[in-house]
Design a binder for this molecule. Structure first.
Ligand code: FO1
Length: 321
C-alpha cells in the first residue's frame, strides 16, 4: 500500500507510536504533525516540548525515563539557575536540551518559520520523517484551573509542570486559534493526494490532539483526504497510561473509558484501536459508527511500539478496502 501516513502526535504517548511507525515506514512515507499548544517562551527561549519529544525520540537521544528532554544530560545550567534565580527553576532545562532552545530561538528571531527550524533540527538528528508543527502561528493551550486560590486561566506549562497538574481543570482553550493557519507545507502534504492513512496517536485527546484538530481547516482537510482516520485510545481498562488524562476526564465530568474516547472522536475517526483489556467494549464503539479493533496498546518495549504500528497500518488497509 503506497502513499504517506499522516500522524497527529503530542506528548510522550504520541512519540512512542511515531517511533514504531518510523521503524516500519520509509522516511518519505511518514509525516508527523506535532502539537504546538504546549509551546511557551521561558527566560527568552522559545520552547516546543512536543516537537522536541518527537525530535529526541526519533533521533534516538531521548530520556526514556521521563519521556522528555535528552539522555545523558548534565544540569550545570540548572544548578546555577537554582542558586541565582530559583523562581525560574521550575522548568528543568538540561545543558544539551538548552542548545535546542537557543538554536530555535535564534533561527525564529532571524525570520524563519517554526516549520523551517523544525526541519533543520530534524536534519541535525538525522530524522528522515517529516516533523511538521500543526501551525507556524502562536496557538497556546490555556486551562481554566481551580484551586484554593480560586479559578484562573493558566498557560499549559504553568498547569502541567509548575503546578504539577494539581488544580482542577474546568475548561480548556486554544488562544490564537482564530488567527492560526496550517503551514503551506502541512496543507500541501494533506492535499497532495498521497495520504493513505491518518493516525491519531494515544496522546491526551483534550490537551494534545484537540489543539491539532482545532487549527482552522484541519478537520475539513482530514475528511477531504479520503484516507481512513484511525485513533489509538490513550485509555486502557479505565486508566490513562501516562499523564493526567484520567484526572482531566473526571474533572471534565467524563468517564475515563474507551467509550468516552470513541464519543470524543466520533465524526472525526473511522476506526478506533483499543487495548485487548477493553475488547468487551468493541460492540459499544462499533454501535457509534466507528470500526474498532483490539490489540496490545501498552508500549513498554520498542517491539511493542513496532507491533502496535503494524496493527494500526493493517487496520488502515482493512478500512481503506
Ligand atoms: N515536564 C516536567 O514535568 N517537568 C519539567 O521540568 C519539564 C521540562 C521540560 C523541558 C523541555 C521539554 O521539551 C519538556 C519538558 N517537560 C517537563 C515536559 C513537558 O512539559 C511535556 O512534555 C509536554 O508539554 C506535555 O506533553
Amino acid at each position: 500500500m503506497s502513499g504517506q501516513v499522516l500522524v497527529l502526535s503530542g506528548g510522550v504517548g504520541g512519540a512512542k507510536l511515531a517511533l514504531g511507525l518510523s521503524k516500519i515506514l520509509e522516511p518519505e512515507e511518514l509525516l508527523i504533525v506535532a502539537n504546538t499548544g504546549d509551546d511557551f517562551e521561558h527566560m527568552g527561549f522559545y520552547i516546543c516540548p512536543d516537537i522536541d519529544t518527537l525530535l529526541y525520540t526519533l533521533g534516538g537521544v531521548s530520556n526514556t525515563e521521563t519521556g522528555w528532554g535528552r539522555a545523558e544530560e548534565t544540569w550545570s545550567f540548572m544548578q546555577n539557575l537554582q542558586q541565582n534565580h530559583p523562581e525560574q527553576a521550575w522548568f528543568q532545562l538540561g545543558d544539551k536540551d538548552l542548545e535546542t532552545h537557543r538554536y530555535r530561538t535564534e533561527v525564529l528571531a532571524s525570520g524563519k518559520t517554526l516549520t523551517e527550524v523544525t526541519a533543520s533540527l530534524a536534519r541535525r538528528f538525522q530524522i528522515g520523517a517529516s516533523i511538521l508543527p500543526m501551525t507556524d502561528d502562536p496557538m497556546q493551550t490555556f486551562v481554566l484551573a481551580e484551586s484554593d486560590a480560586g479559578k484562573q486561566w493558566l498557560p499549559f506549562q504553568e498547569y502541567f509542570v509548575r503546578q504539577r497538574c494539581e488544580p482542577r481543570i474546568c475548561s480548556i482553550e486554544f488562544r490564537g486559534r482564530d488567527n492560526a493557519a496550517l503551514s503551506p507545507q502541512l496543507e500541501g502534504a494533506i492535499t497532495g493526494g498521497r495520504i493513505r492513512a491518518v493516525v491519531l496517536c494515544p496522546s491526551n485527546p483534550y490537551l494534545s490532539i484537540d489543539p491539532i484538530l482545532a487549527v482552522p481547516g484541519m478537520k475539513e482537510l482530514l475528511r477531504a483526504c479520503k484516507a481512513p482516520v484511525i485513533a489509538v485510545s490513550p485509555v486502557v481498562d479505565g486508566k490513562a497510561l501516562k499523564g493526567p488524562t484520567t484526572k482531566i476526564m473526571q474533572e471534565l465530568g467524563l468517564v475515563s473509558d474507551v467509550t468516552t474516547i470513541a464519543e470524543h472522536y466520533r465524526g472525526i475517526v473511522d476506526g478506533l484501536v483499543i487495548d485487548e483489556k477493553d475488547s468487551g467494549a468493541l460492540e459499544t464503539v462499533q454501535a457509534k459508527g466507528i470500526s474498532a479493533t483490539a490489540t496490545n496498546t501498552i508500549m513498554l518495549t520498542l517491539e511493542d511500539r513496532i507491533a502496535l504500528a503494524r496493527d494500526v497500518l493493517k487496520f488502515a488497509v482493512e478500512l481503506a478496502g
